[in-house]
Each structure stands twice: as C-alpha cells, then as structure tokens.
Write a protein that binds this ligand. Structure first.
Ligand SMILES: C[S@@+](CC[C@H](N)C(=O)[O-])C[C@H]1O[C@@H](n2cnc3c(N)ncnc32)[C@H](O)[C@@H]1O
Length: 276
C-alpha cells in the first residue's frame, strides 16, 4: 500500500505540535526529507517509510535534535557529521569564522575542536594552511577526523587529545577556540535538546570562564609574533574574557558581535608592546 506524502506531512506536523516541538513545521519537513531520501519530492510513501517516519517523530517528540536524527548539520560551506559525541555546530559560531578569515594565517590551532567544524572550514578557505585540532574527548576527535575526509582537507590536518594546551607543542599564526562556556548554575534552564549533547562541550561545571583562564594562561607561548587568539564567548562574557586576554599580555583587543548584535568573539594579538 502507498500513502499520500502530503497527508503524512500534515499528520507529522500535528503530532510534533502536540508533543510541544518549538519548530514543528520545520521538523516535520526535515523528517520527511530523511524518510524520502533521494526520491523525487512528493513520491508516494511505502508502509515501511510511514513506519520509519513514525519512529523519527517519536524521537523528535522526545526533543532529540534533528541533527542527531539525521546525523548531519550544515555549517559554513559543508555538511558535517554530527553524533552524540560532539557539539551540534551552531550558526553563531560562523561569526568566529568570519573574524578569523580577516587575518592572514598559514598555521592554525583549534582547541576543543569537537566536530572540527571551525578548523576544517578554515582549512578549506585557506588551501595552503596547515592545522591542528585538539580535544579532551577522543570520541569527538574520531568524528572530526571523518569530517576532515568529507571536507577534503585530511592531508593538512593533525589531531591530538589534549587538556587545552597540555599536549600542544609549537607556535601558530592563529589559535581559535569555542570552549564550553555555560556556567553550572545556568545548566538547569537550558532547552531539553541540550540533554543530547556532551555535557563537557557545554559547561565547565564552574562559572563558565575556567576554559578562558586556562587558554589565555598559555596562549602567548604558542602564538607566533603577530599571531592572534580568537575565542567564542557567551553574550555576557565579553568584559571578563577581555580582561583575561589583557592580563595574559594579548593586545589589540576587539569584541565582535553576531548578526543579532550580541557579543560573540573576543580577539587579541601577540604584538610587540609600544609602551616599552
Ligand atoms: C562548545 S564545544 C565546541 C566544539 C566545536 N569547536 C564547535 O565550535 O562546534 C567545546 C569542545 O571543547 C571540548 N573540551 C571540553 N573540555 C576540554 C578541555 N579541558 N580540553 C580540551 N577540550 C575540551 C569539548 O569536548 C568540546 O568538543
């Protein structure tokens, strides 16, 4: 027996709305896309496909993110594999990419690389550059390695399990990081979708600033002269993180906003001081 895809889509929408999904219409069509695969749009659905759709609706009704259900997320120019071992790449993080690409770099280090979305996008944009991605999570690095193959930059990237700089050697033109910056006391108020993401990707279990303390403490030792450190921040953290940059001796400090005007990136450089 076959089923009308428009009826199936409407039924999916009603079920997702009833389950309280905040993006029911978008979710219903994303789940239909997964079930239909490469078939032309509006092809009749088989019994198996309708059963598959029901299973996916049940997962989304439990607020599992669409990226986990589909196993992928579009970020910058590519589609990245996403699993429960990595943070689902966020559109907000593209602000960091935009800022990074305003600078010259031949070498780049990404601390807490997760899916590798930042590092691999940067390497794709700079075809002569070399990169290193680190993470405390070996499982995350396995996903990042597969994404390097997808993006086609695997020959220019290496990986290291590292607690921030602990296993990092050498110096770099650019160091980037989107560390866990949600404070422990903010965790309870987050959307249920975040329960599906690795906790260590979200929070430092402290005040949300401990990763910035660790990173700024060692950054100068790993930056080339004129090199730059760029970190993503939560919208309320610009003053505190800028202060950490300044204390570490980074200069030419800037705070960059995302498209909604929220503070999103702090940038600082290893430049000779002019007052000495
Ligand atoms: C907010 S996620 C960012 C992932 C990815 N860079 C992105 O922007 O989507 C933070 C990442 O930092 C990693 N991480 C957490 N603690 C760490 C530590 N002490 N040293 C290195 N990486 C760490 C997490 O495993 C996670 O992959």
């Amino acid at each position: 027996m076959t089923h009308d895809p428009k009826d199936a889509l409407q039924a999916a929408l009603r079920q997702l709305e009833a389950a309280g999904s905040p993006s029911a219409a978008r979710d219903a069509s994303a789940l239909m896309d997964i079930v239909q695969g490469d078939a032309p749009p509006w092809t009749e659905l088989s019994d198996d496909q309708v059963a598959h759709l029901q299973r996916l609706i049940a997962r989304r009704a439990r607020r599992e993110p669409i990226s986990h259900i589909s196993g992928k997320r579009a970020f910058w120019m590519h589609e990245f594999e996403v699993t429960p071992d990595v943070l689902d790449p966020r559109p907000d993080t593209e602000t960091l990419l935009e800022v990074a690409l305003k600078h010259r770099f031949d070498t780049v280090l990404d601390l807490g690389t997760g899916s590798g979305c930042i590092l691999l996008s940067l390497l794709h944009e700079r075809p002569a550059a070399l990169g290193i991605g680190t993470d405390l999570s070996e499982a995350a690095l396995a996903v990042a390695k597969r994404n390097a193959d997808r993006v086609g930059v695997a020959d220019r990237v290496s990986w290291a399990v590292s607690d921030w700089f602990s296993s990092v050697t050498g110096t770099y033109d650019l160091i980037v990081s989107n560390p866990p910056y949600i404070a422990l006391d903010e965790m309870a108020g987050l959307a249920p979708e975040l329960d599906y993401e690795p906790r260590m990707a979200l929070t430092d279990e402290q005040d949300g600033l401990s990763a910035y303390r660790a990173i700024t403490q060692d950054a100068m030792r790993h930056l080339n002269p004129q090199g730059r450190l760029l970190v993503e921040i939560g919208p309320t953290q610009a003053a505190a993180v800028s202060d950490l940059f300044a204390r570490a001796g980074l200069v030419d400090l800037h705070v960059h906003q995302d498209l909604d005007g929220r503070d999103r990136v702090v940038s600082g450089a290893n430049l000779p001081r002019t007052d000495q």
